[in-house]
Design a protein around this ligand. Structure first.
Ligand SMILES: Cc1cc2nc3c(=O)[nH]c(=O)nc-3n(C[C@H](O)[C@H](O)[C@H](O)COP(=O)(O)OP(=O)(O)OC[C@H]3O[C@@H](n4cnc5c(N)ncnc54)[C@H](O)[C@@H]3O)c2cc1C
Length: 598
């Protein structure tokens, strides 16, 4: 099998090197390997191998990957930022073979039609991306709109082996009262403003559908791809150039002293993720000349867009007390009352669950827009009002308390993971020195937009999700410590209740003081949704672009980027599906340019 922790001495040169072995990279490598089995390909991944690791292949262990001692994610730490009450936000990102697809929360979510179209790049419109969205999947869900899904691709999309039907039905009924109907397939690019029973990156028999297991490992193991090589536990330092042509990479094996290098005859593809790719480029001399010179790097190409335009979604998770039973949440597992080894031994059906049974895309009513003030109204009218395809927020139902279980009474909890989309604020990530050990200058930009629109979106989202949950039969009050500290006596204050409030309960009223408390709390608590993107955007060079429509880096030759660095604008979706589709599209482009296959 061509998977190594130390590169064999006889591999000095290959045709194609892929720097990073994450979500998009595994797709690109596999499709290139199929197109020509003689093409030699080397993936270099900084994280460990993921093959058959129980916490990866069994969806239920999803939360373990973001624990502080995790060795499957990279924690990118930002500096102190005013928009987030001077906190240092930490953004986890995939850090294992398979990248984010191997550690993520497995929610299947597709971008909206308007999102791909907004990129305004030939070849990347929604109609042009649909074939790739279909090619990647075998869809087992209910499809409302004909022709929108694929039925013979590597990634199985299904509802998995388990769900908590009572809370699922309850949420759907509560959301309906507020004007958000159940939509059978909200992921068809065109549907919006409703809720769906979750489809997941889980096969019908309960296994995670990451791109390493579904694309790469089968080819490494089938004996038919002898020229496909994967080096793990080795970090790419930089791309090597001959004049302006990319001819290889320099890398640091984590368990060995000394820097190594390997040459690429035809192409180098950087696929280290939106937070990893910019530093690889900058250490190679491709980036903003001033930043490079400050870091002591010789400039190969002055491309000021590298590391700029960072965006994410703005996440808040709101927990609630419930009347659910132990088999309807994963609180037992998260708090250590359930033994994971027993679940595995018994092939328990719960292993194939991600504890998130509902997803949804939501827009405010016109009167809710008015309640957010005249500046918000101006932006809404300009960017959303007449484009019914664009939601303002996405929300998922999580069947657990996802924080520190010792901070709450043992019990059964529900949480809403709520994130606003299309952020106006932008951040950046840059190197400060030439080595891997030099800290990165990372700004998330969260809530930094001058007009304060991004925080208003989260104000609306907070109120909306709370109204839905208050109408659920299983609702028993908020977990007050994880909600804004509204004044005692305010109608908005958190409550405990022993009985449901009913679907027709009157909406909560928020005073100006409550709104101030809410905004302050949002700044202190907003977090990453792990949907980093945009740091090497695909756009004209004079508009801050880093790659062209064929993913070629401006100013140099034979250097490509294929990962979530390239979307110029954000998408109203969890981003894994878009990353895989980018991998599929990139592979087609590279196969054509390399003259492979037919
Ligand atoms: C905790 C978490 C939960 C998420 N939940 C969901 C979800 O439920 N649904 C959804 O749709 N999306 C989700 N996402 C987002 C989604 O998984 C990512 O957008 C997607 O995986 C990004 O793919 P990528 O190819 O751009 O980068 P990645 O998959 O992150 O791949 C980059 C790879 O490069 C490697 N690397 C970095 N630097 C170097 C270097 N210098 N040398 C060598 N290798 C390097 C990394 O280790 C990584 O494996 C989640 C992400 C995370 C982290």
């Amino acid at each position: 099998m061509g998977l190594y922790t130390k590169l064999p001495d006889d591999i000095l040169e290959v045709d194609v090197i892929i720097a990073g072995g994450g979500t998009a990279a595994c797709v690109v490598a596999s499709r290139l390997a199929d197109a020509d089995t003689n093409l030699s390909i080397l993936i270099i991944e900084s994280g460990p191998n993921n093959y058959n690791v129980p916490t990866i292949i069994n969806p239920i262990f999803l939360f373990t990957h973001i624990l502080p001692n995790s060795n499957t994610v990279i924690f990118y730490k930002a500096g102190h930022e005013g928009g987030v009450a001077n906190r240092e936000v930490v953004v986890p990102s995939g850090g294992v073979l398979g990248g984010g697809s191997s550690v993520n929360f497995l929610t299947y979510s597709r971008a909206q039609r308007a999102d791909f179209d907004s990129w305004q790049t030939p070849g990347w419109s929604a109609d042009e991306m649909l074939p790739y969205l279909k090619k990647l999947e075998t869809y087992h869900g209910p499809g409302a709109t004909e022709g929108r899904h694929g039925y013979d691709g590597p990634i199985h999309i299904s509802s998995g082996t388990y769900n908590a039907r009572r809370s699922e039905d309850d949420f759907i009924a509560a959301a309906k009262v507020l004007g958000y109907p159940e939509i059978v397939d909200i992921m068809d690019l065109d549907s919006n403003n409703g809720v769906q029973r979750s489809m997941r990156f889980i096969s019908p028999d309960g296994k995670r559908q990451d791109t390493a297991h579904m694309y790469l490992h089968p080819r490494l193991n089938d004996g038919k791809h002898p020229n496909l090589h994967v080096l793990v536990e080795s970090k790419v330092i930089r791309v090597l150039f001959d004049n302006k042509k990319a001819i290889g990479v320099e890398f640091q094996p984590l368990a060995q002293d000394g820097v190594k290098s390997v040459r690429a005859r035809k192409m180098v593809i950087v696929s280290s993720g939106a937070l990893g790719t910019p530093s690889v480029l900058e250490r190679s001399g491709v980036g903003n000349a001033e930043i490079l010179q400050r870091a002591g790097i010789d400039v190969v190409a002055n491309i000021p867009g590298v590391g700029e335009n960072y965006s994410d979604h703005h996440l808040l998770i709101y927990p609630y007390r419930t009347s659910l039973s132990p088999n309807e949440t994963v609180d037992g597992l998260v708090s250590g009352r359930v033994d994971p080894a027993e679940l595995i031994k018994n092939h328990d059906k719960v292993l194939g669950w991600n504890a998130m049974d509902i997803t949804g895309k939501y827009r405010p009513t016109e009167s809710e827009v008015d309640s957010l003030g005249p500046t918000f109204r101006k932006f809404w009218d300009r960017d959303f009002k007449n484009n019914q395809n664009k939601p303002l927020a996405l929300m998922s139902l999580i069947n657990t308390f996802p924080g520190d279980p010792t901070s709450i009474e043992p019990g059964q909890y529900l949480s809403v993971s709520a994130f606003s989309v299309y952020p106006y604020s932008r951040g950046s990530i840059h190197i400060t020195g030439s080595g891997l050990q030099d800290i990165l200058d990372f700004k998330t930009g969260f809530f930094a937009d001058a007009q304060g629109i991004d925080i208003k979106k989260c104000v609306w989202t907070y109120k909306k999700q709370r109204e839905i949950i208050r109408r659920m039969d299983v609702y028993r009050g908020e977990v007050a410590a994880a909600h804004p500290p509204f004044a005692t006596g305010s109608p908005a204050a958190c409550i405990k209740t022993e009985a449901p409030l009913g679907r027709d309960v009157a909406p909560l009223e928020y005073t100006e003081d409550d709104d101030a408390v809410l905004e302050d709390w949002l700044r202190q608590n907003v977090a990453s949704t792990w949907h980093s993107l945009g740091t090497c955007k695909m756009a004209p060079r004079e508009e801050g672009g880093v790659v062209d429509a064929s993913l070629g880096v401006y100013g140099v030759e034979s250097l490509k980027i294929a990962d979530m660095s390239i979307p110029p604008l954000n998408v109203a979706a969890n981003t894994n599906n878009t990353a895989i589709a980018i991998g599929e599209k990139a592979a087609d482009i590279f196969i054509r340019e390399l003259g492979l296959g037919n």
